[in-house]
Each structure stands twice: as C-alpha cells, then as structure tokens.
Design a binder for this molecule. Structure first.
Ligand code: 13P
Ligand code: 13P
Ligand code: MG
Ligand code: MG
Ligand code: MG
Length: 365
C-alpha cells in the first residue's frame, strides 16, 4: 500500500499583527484532525506553524487531491477562523477565499504540497514551512539540492543519484507547466527558475525511475484573489537518503539566506532566515522571511519525529548573515530592489494607485 503525505497550510489569524498563529488555533485544528484520524481519513498528522501560518502535515492512504483529506483541512481552517474571529485575532480567515468547500482545496486560498510513494525500508522526509515569502523561494534551494554538485556530493559520488532529476515547473501567471531534465537542460532550467515570481518548482522526480523526490505548494494567493491579501507563504516536502540527497545535503542550501519576495506587506525582497521552530516569529519589518525544517521518519504511514532541523548552532552564522542582509536591505526604504519590482506589485498595491492617477498621466512630447 502506498503512503500519501499532504501538507496543507493557511493563515487564518494571528497576533500581534502578522507574527504568530495563536496556540488556540492550532488546538482547534488538532480537534478536527484527531477526529479525522479516528474515522480513518487520516493515518497520522502533525500540526505546526511558521509565523502566522498553520501547517497541517498529514499522512494517509488516499492519494493526492483526496476530497475528504482536503475537506478535513478546510474544516480545520474554518473552525480555527471562527475562533480567530471570536478572539479578534488579526486577519481572521485571511487565506480562505471562499465560504464553502467545493471538492478540492486548491484555488480556495490555502497552500498545498502532496506526494504519494511506496515506503522504502527507511524513509526520512523533511518538511519545510515558510512565512513572509512566496513559492518561488524554494527555487534556489531545491535546484541546489537536486542539481548542483557543489551542494550535493551525492550527485557526483552516489550512483543512485548520478543520473539526475527531472523538474516540473509551473508558470503561475500563464497557468502552464513544463518538465525539464537535469543535468542536460540545466542552463535552460535556470533561465526559468531565476524568475522566482513566475516560474516555480512544483515537483521533482528521480530520472532513473520517475520516483517522486520533492513537492511544493505553488498557489499564488493574490493572483487568485485579484488583490493583495497576504503572501502565499509556501511549504515543501523533500525525501532524503538512499537514492535521494542526504538530509545534510537537503539542508545545506538554506545556509545561504538568499533573497526572496515577501517580507513587509508581501512587497519586499529580503533574506530567507533558517530558524528553529521557537524563532519562527517574523517581527522585524514583519520579517525577515523565515523557513523552518522538520525531519520525520515515515513508518507504515505514521510520522516518527519531528526533529527541529535548523535548531543547530551550525546555522547561527546564517542567521547572523540574514540579520546583516536585512539591515542593508531596509536602508533602501521604498526603493527597488528592496521593494519588489512593479510587475510583482501589479498583484498587490500598484493597481489602486495607478487607478487614482489615471487622467493625470499625459503623453511625453
Ligand atoms: P553515517 O555513517 O553517520 O550513517 O553517515 C552516512 C552518510 O552518508 C552521511 O551523509
Ligand atoms: P502574511 O502573508 O504572512 O499574512 O503577511 C502579510 C503581510 O502583509 C505582512 O506584512
Ligand atoms: Mg497574516
Ligand atoms: Mg504568513
Ligand atoms: Mg500569507
């Protein structure tokens, strides 16, 4: 029997402002997921948060895009929203774009990463959850994990990785997808992946046998909503060891706090800071953007763990560097490239301002 991991996330309210999902909201989600476990929809689950986003990590035997699993997540977020409204938490129900569930949570606001596989004799899986950024934030680290031999020694020295991986890329603006193969198409692939607001990695497969290796939530909330609501703070599932990159190779790219879109009002570039769970509290200028990494062993559809992977002094230097980059970027105020480029702002605040100025624009002689 195959195992499915579904990670579904949403921001349904936080304190103070956009910093933290309240414990009571996670407890509410726990009530709903525990019921779903009792009735056999779920085999196991773990609930966490990164900043103001609640991440539901669920295992089951029902495959991807299962209506009952998605509805369970939806109900958890709905119940948590009701509580967030009672508590007058900030942005209650922020990421829920609809009032009623309609079969699949995709397109309704929450982000969703899923994968189905036959468990190996031992199956280490790493779940990454971000806050104050967007799905394209995973492009650079995932490329480095699965395609860069200077990051992943296994690509060179482990025969089970040596043939490389295939990348499924979504064009989130045109709603198209393409599969590209590495290392042969590496330069073409990078031409797309560098455009982090448009081309995002959805899935990665091992080339030898098409085995699933990674899955990312690619939903772009503001494009769906047609206006700025919040950032599409993404999650990713990555398998490791025995035919996949080692856990240490999976974590290594996050030692560079690379620049990602998000941060204050979802409209600024800033460094992605790898943090332990307890520090997933984006405070400075509502940031800088954060990523947590939780390591599980998946055993007979149960989640053993997690270990809080960035709770390690070897990432201290990355956090100091992220703070230095944050300081440098902040000094630019409303100027690009700290503020996002205008085409990204088109999905956020710019249309309203341009509407106001319409009629005042004149032709240049
Ligand atoms: P261990 O000898 O600690 O199992 O390490 C093996 C390995 O490949 C680490 O990347
Ligand atoms: P979130 O997407 O995390 O809610 O952030 C919204 C925001 O505007 C932060 O400044
Ligand atoms: Mg929020
Ligand atoms: Mg958030
Ligand atoms: Mg958000």
């Amino acid at each position: 029997m195959k195992t499915t991991i579904s990670v579904i996330k949403a921001d349904v309210g936080s304190l103070a402002g956009h910093v933290l999902a309240h414990e009571a909201l996670k407890k509410k989600c726990d009530d709903i997921l525990s019921e779903a476990k009792d009735t056999g929809i779920l085999e196991d689950y773990y609930i966490t948060n990164c900043g103001d986003d609640i991440d539901l990590i669920m295992t089951h035997h029902r495959g991807e895009e299962d209506e009952e699993v998605h509805e369970t997540a939806w109900n958890a977020f709905k119940e948590a929203t009701n509580l967030a409204r009672e508590m007058k938490l900030y942005g209650a129900g922020q990421d829920l774009l609809s009032d009623t569930f309609s079969g699949n949570i995709k397109g309704m606001g929450p982000g969703c990463a899923e994968m189905e596989f036959k468990e190996r004799p031992s199956d280490p899986v790493i779940i990454f959850c971000c806050d104050k950024t967007e799905p394209g934030a995973f492009n650079l680290p995932l490329f480095r994990i699965f395609a860069d031999p200077f990051n992943t020694a296994g690509l060179v020295i482990d025969p089970s990785l040596h043939n490389g991986y295939k990348f499924e890329i979504f064009d989130v603006i045109e709603h198209k997808k393409v599969i590209m193969s590495c290392p042969e198409e590496m330069y073409d692939l990078l031409a797309l992946l560098g455009a982090i607001g448009r081309y995002v990695i959805k899935k990665i497969y091992r080339k030898d046998d098409d085995e699933i290796a990674a899955s990312v939530s690619t939903e772009r909330l503001n494009i769906m909503a047609g206006k700025y609501i919040g950032k599409d703070d993404p999650v990713a599932i990555v398998r490791s060891q025995s035919g996949f990159p080692a856990a240490g190779e999976v974590l290594e790219p996050f030692s560079l706090p690379h620049l990602v879109g998000g941060w204050m009002r979802g409209s600024h570039n800033g460094p992605l800071m790898p943090v332990p769970q307890k520090d997933a509290t984006p405070v400075r200028f509502d940031g800088p953007p954060r990523v947590i990494g939780l390591g599980f062993q998946v055993a007979n559809c149960k989640l053993i763990g997690p270990i809080d992977l960035f709770d390690d002094p070897s990432f201290d230097r990355s956090r100091v560097l992220a703070s230095e980059i944050a300081e440098y970027m902040r000094r630019h105020g409303p100027f690009e490239p700290h503020r996002l480029p205008s085409d990204e702002m088109e999905y956020t605040t710019l249309p309203e301002i341009l509407k106001k100025l319409k009629g005042r624009f004149e032709d240049i002689e």
